[in-house]
Design a binder for this molecule. Structure first.
Ligand code: IPM
Ligand code: MG
Length: 357
């Protein structure tokens, strides 16, 4: 198969981790007879520096016309003081919206080899953690109005959090369908004791749950979810939640696995076009030093093969290769354990590619 991939390396460690994911994709291409064509586009701070905007219109068009998009990370302290309209993050949100990427899948899997790097006790992580956060990605407070105005001699800031029934229903459907393919348990996370958006969320989810009688459904308040993720994470299978709650809970959940550097994500639209990125940021403190963990990005590339290109076999091969390299004791600094071999970002990419054979 031939596939056009728009690659957005971004800032900080972005270019380093992307290089390794592309290395692994090329290896897959050779092995399975696929041609992946890459078009590189600047996004975030590097684009602000070159063009004065976090992504150019042409860059945005190249994302829309691709078969899928692979992203590294955006942002860094250098651009923290940019006006809201041209911040690096603005480009990321812009691409999500323009491509209609409403469903963000964030799997949290503890590789058993890394159990001791999790800050949680062995008895809590048990035999492993395998949960999936389904985060709504194009609605809520991220995309409601934002304003700061002067009132009665002081500044007043407002962020609006709108949700409509159809937005809740389509993400709910993705969550129920995903749960059907897994352990058939779905927890819907909200703040229905306070927010109207959450009460509507719950109403729509309850309506949907009648269509999926096989799915064991529950409502959990977001504050309680934050606690339960630490207290008893293995109780969860699929969690579905609105945009900002999902942002926060997915960072928390990543820590169950030892390192945020291991966590991939897929952002999906109604069609096959998707954007794939690790959930971590641009880590400016280690940028350019070949120290980053590329596995979250490599596993995101595997998700791209699975969800956008219908290449399940190829995705399995990447995931098995990552597993094998961890079995062999190779670790980047963030997941280093006693007795393991410390490798750089590019060495980790080489090892995974070589493992694919
Ligand atoms: C994420 C990030 C983004 C978000 C930022 C960079 C805007 O934290 O993908 O989780 O909040 O969605
Ligand atoms: Mg986040």
């Amino acid at each position: 198969m031939e596939k056009n991939i728009t690659v957005l390396p971004g800032d900080g460690i972005g270019p380093e981790i992307i290089r390794e994911a592309v290395k692994v994709l090329d290896r897959i291409g050779e092995k399975f007879g696929h041609s992946f064509h890459y078009t590189y586009v600047d996004i975030g701070g590097c684009s602000i520096d070159k063009y004065g905007v976090p992504i150019t219109e042409e860059g945005m068009e190249l994302c829309k016309s691709a078969d899928s998009v692979l992203l590294g990370a955006v942002g860094g302290p250098k651009w923290d003081d940019c006006p809201a309209e041209i911040r690096p993050e603005k480009a990321l949100l812009g691409v999500r919206k323009a491509l209609g990427l409403f469903a963000n899948l964030r799997p949290t899997r503890l590789f058993p080899q890394l159990a001791d790097t999790s800050p949680l006790k062995r008895e809590i992580v048990g035999d492993g953690i395998d949960l999936l956060i389904v985060r709504e990605l194009t609605g809520g407070v991220y995309f409601g109005g934002h304003s700061t105005e002067e009132k009665d001699g002081e500044l007043v800031a407002t962020d609006i959090m709108p949700y409509s029934e159809h937005e809740i229903e389509r993400i709910g459907r993705v969550a129920f369908e995903t749960a059907m393919k897994r352990r058939k348990r779905l927890a819907s996370v909200d703040k229905a004791n306070v927010l109207d958006t959450s009460r509507l969320w719950r109403k729509v989810m309850h309506r949907l749950s009648e269509e999926y009688p096989e799915v064991e459904y529950s409502d959990v308040l977001v504050d309680n979810t934050a606690m339960q993720l630490i207290k008893n994470p293995t109780q969860f299978d699929v969690l579905v939640t609105e945009n900002m709650f999902g942002d926060i809970l997915s960072d928390e959940a990543s820590m169950l696995t030892g390192s945020i550097g291991m966590m991939p994500s897929a952002s999906l639209s109604e069609g096959t076009l998707g954007m794939y990125e690790p959930i971590h940021g641009s880590a400016p403190d280690i940028a350019g030093q070949n120290l980053a963990n590329p596995l979250g990005t490599i596993l995101s590339a595997a998700m791209m093969l699975r969800y956008s290109f219908d290449m399940a076999k190829e995705a399995d091969v990447i995931e098995e290769a990552v597993n094998a390299v961890l079995d062999q004791g190779y670790r980047t600094g963030d997941i280093l354990q006693e007795g393991c071999k410390k490798v750089s970002c590019s060495e980790m990419g080489d090892l995974v590619a070589a493992q694919i054979g």
